[in-house]
Design a protein around this ligand. Structure first.
Ligand code: HEM
Length: 471
């Protein structure tokens, strides 16, 4: 945004005008075609052209794009009560996929589910998952061979799906993982192209694409219901999330139905694996592109681990690895945007916002904003010092969202990312295959379009003490 535009935005904020500036689009479609043609580009251009608060229309639906951390905080935290999840999350597609699970439910139902699920994500509980995370990573890499070409995106998807299912449901989906993974991948496709039209019209027509979608959803249901019935059948309390949900009773003594359980399990399948897998895959990509950062990463692993597998106790010392994860989620936020709907009229940044307005906030844009980050498009993990974090506006960085609907799995994910990076990084270097172009595909999350191809290189673990004594 240039100085004149900044000034214009500042002036407008002082006078309470009825509607913020924004692109008009076409009379019927509004901006929908432009948005669908290039989502990330549209998000960026809109901020450059119109400033921090932008009004537009998708078909007949009014929408606001908010880019400034103050406004993000207002919607997610300060005035969270006035917002429900956006209509995209209430669409048929989403309902069929995750039903009324934790991600999509609202009001009292959401509160109850959040309360029930929370213990599975408490710090002490999450600590007990560390071993599973490291063991499954070792199992994945046991078959890796020096010089082989791999696509790390499906590798990381498989790994994180196995981990989340084992940690939260004590189930091993190794035999189903490829089918579940492939099905989930297909399932979210409708959210990429033409997504908005689907959301808005909430199309129920039996088109081939829709029939295919429902067929795939049935396939996953089978796996999910199998996990639930095995748990129920065994009658044993395995101490995992599914056992807790199975045992939970309402005030009137009733239990969660299989359908409710299915929605919760499915939500965690979906919310709990792709996001983490993407952070891992993009981290390997960024490390492969930045040899100095990669060397620093390896040096930290050699120093802290000296060749042994990482444990929970190593986390406080794997500082640079954590900075890599943070910086990766800044540049490639797996959830690149969040949506809400205003349930009552309200005011945002001096503008009146009528109820029913869809409000969108984009990690993709705010986390690359030069007002908050030096060299915002550069991968610089070392920027994440305590001092930098202290001075950063809180919602200039929100990969896990914020407020009451903040990601329940944030600590789980951070631990998983650091442990998986460390377990793989201490044994291997993932060299980027330069012949394979990498581009972004913004579906529901920020995916690498044709994967991330790497060449596996074995690492010799250097003993950092010997290098110091020689020096
Ligand atoms: C890098 C990894 C992850 C990222 C970037 C991420 C991001 C997010 C974001 C942005 C939200 C808020 C959505 C909104 O406000 O509309 C969210 C919610 C949620 N996430 Fe995550 N997530 C990650 C990992 C996980 C994991 C590992 C789990 C579970 C094992 C999980 C489960 C959930 C659930 C259940 C919600 C809904 C919470 C609620 O509304 O009460 N996520 N996540």
């Amino acid at each position: 945004m240039n100085e004149a535009q900044k000034l214009a935005v500042g002036t407008k904020r002082k006078n309470s005008t009825p509607r913020p500036p924004g692109p008009k689009g076409t009379p019927i479609m509004g901006v929908m075609r432009n948005f669908n043609r290039d989502q990330l580009g549209f998000i960026e251009r809109t901020r450059e052209e119109y400033g921090d608060i932008v009004w537009m229309r998708f078909l007949y639906v009014p929408a606001l794009f908010l880019y400034h951390p103050d406004e993000v905080e207002y919607v997610l935290v300060t005035n969270a009560r006035n917002f429900i999840k956006s209509m995209s999350l209430r669409s048929n597609f989403f309902q069929r996929l995750v039903g009324n699970g934790l991600l999509t439910s609202q009001g009292e139902e959401w509160k109850r589910q959040r309360r029930l699920s929370q213990p599975a994500f408490h710090r002490e509980r999450v600590a007990s998952y560390a071993q599973v995370m490291v063991d499954y990573t070792k199992r994945l890499t046991a078959k890796w061979i020096e010089g082989e070409n791999r696509d790390v995106h499906p590798d990381m998807m498989r790994l994180t799906l196995e981990i989340v299912v084992q940690c939260l449901f004590s189930a091993d989906v190794s035999t189903d993982v490829d089918e579940v993974g492939a099905t989930l991948k297909e399932l979210v496709k409708p959210f990429a192209s033409q997504a908005t039209l689907g959301w808005i019209l909430n199309n129920r027509l039996p088109t081939p694409a829709h029939l295919r979608f429902h067929g795939l959803a049935k396939k996953i249901d089978k796996v999910v219901y199998r996990i639930i019935s095995e748990h129920r059948g065994s009658g044993e309390d395995r101490g995992d999330l599914l056992s807790m949900l199975l045992a939970a009773r309402d005030e009137d003594g009733s239990q969660m139905s299989d359908r409710q359980l299915r929605d919760e399990v499915m939500t965690l399948f979906l919310a709990g694996h792709e996001t983490t897998a993407l952070t891992l895959a993009w981290s390997w990509y960024l490390l492969g592109k930045h040899p100095e950062a990669e060397q620093k990463f390896h040096a930290e692993l050699d120093e802290v681990l000296s060749g042994r597998a990482p444990t929970m106790a190593d986390l406080p010392r794997l500082k640079f690895t954590e900075q890599i994860a943070k910086e990766c989620m800044r540049l490639y936020p797996p959830a690149f945007g969040l949506g809400r709907e205003a349930i009552h009229d309200c005011e945002i940044g001096g503008y009146r916002v009528p109820k029913g307005t869809q409000v969108f906030m984009f990690q993709w844009a705010t986390q690359r904003d030069a007002r908050f980050y030096d060299q915002p498009n550069e991968f610089r993990p070392e920027r994440w010092t305590e001092d930098f974090i202290e001075h950063l506006p809180k919602y200039a960085y929100f990969p896990f969202g914020g407020g009451p609907r903040v990601c329940i799995g944030a600590s789980f994910a951070m631990m998983e990312i650091i442990l998986c990076l460390a377990t793989i990084g201490q044994k291997f270097r993932l060299e980027i295959d330069r012949d394979h172009p990498v581009s972004i595909y913004p579906a529901m999350s920020l995916r690498p379009k044709d994967g991330i191809k790497v060449v596996i290189r074995n690492r010799e673990v250097k003993d950092w003490r010997s290098s110091i004594s020689k020096a």
